[in-house]
Write a protein that binds this ligand. Sequence first.
Ligand code: PLP
Length: 227
Amino acid sequence: MADLETWAKLSRYFTERNVTLIAVSKTKPAEDILELYTGGQRDFGENYVQELEGKKATLPGDIRWHFIGHLQTNKVKYIAPFVFLIHGVDNLKLLLEINRQALKNERVIDVLLQLYIAKEDTKFGFDKDEVMQLLTDIRSGVLHLGNIRICGFMGMASDTPDTMVIDKEFSGLHHFLAEVKEDFFMDKPEFNICSMGMSGDYERAISAGSTMVRIGSLLFGKRNYSA
Ligand SMILES: *Cc1c(COP(=O)(O)O)cnc(C)c1O
């Protein structure tokens, strides 16, 4: 069951701050999604391709599906026809495949580059130098990605009680976005998304400049992966 009251409260909180709420519905049934949909939520986030395909087939067509997990290159084709925004693009091979599938589907796919900001070696993402190189190659024409729009960055802070570390990671990402915007995207208004903040750290993320939060357990309750 979704928590409609919490959703309404959070929804107001984020709207007042110009922050987009992505309701992270991974592992949760379609009925839970419909409850929030009925309340007015349209942006939902999923991590698993098969699960997303199943939900997309049964739920209303105006839902904006965000892919927020680690995406395998060989699975891009399944979500390319309909995905609204891919948050977790963390390597060049994946970016090229998204472009290829977007072309096949005669559309442009919006993506966020995932930046590695945490001090943990289990997380995926580009580092800053790799992003600079990538954008330089795109600008110079070495790389041609005509069916992709890079709309910003996504990042996850360290899983730590040390709030100073979290604040530093979030604001570091936000500053890097501003820097990259100035260097590469001044004529691209779409490049302005900073996707950071989850159930446990969204307030810190917003203080640091987040424009998009991905909230799961606060809205849908704890996830049970063994179910
Ligand atoms: C699961 C997930 C979330 C939501 O996490 P909660 O702590 O439940 O809010 C956000 N972002 C990503 C990338 C996730 O995988």
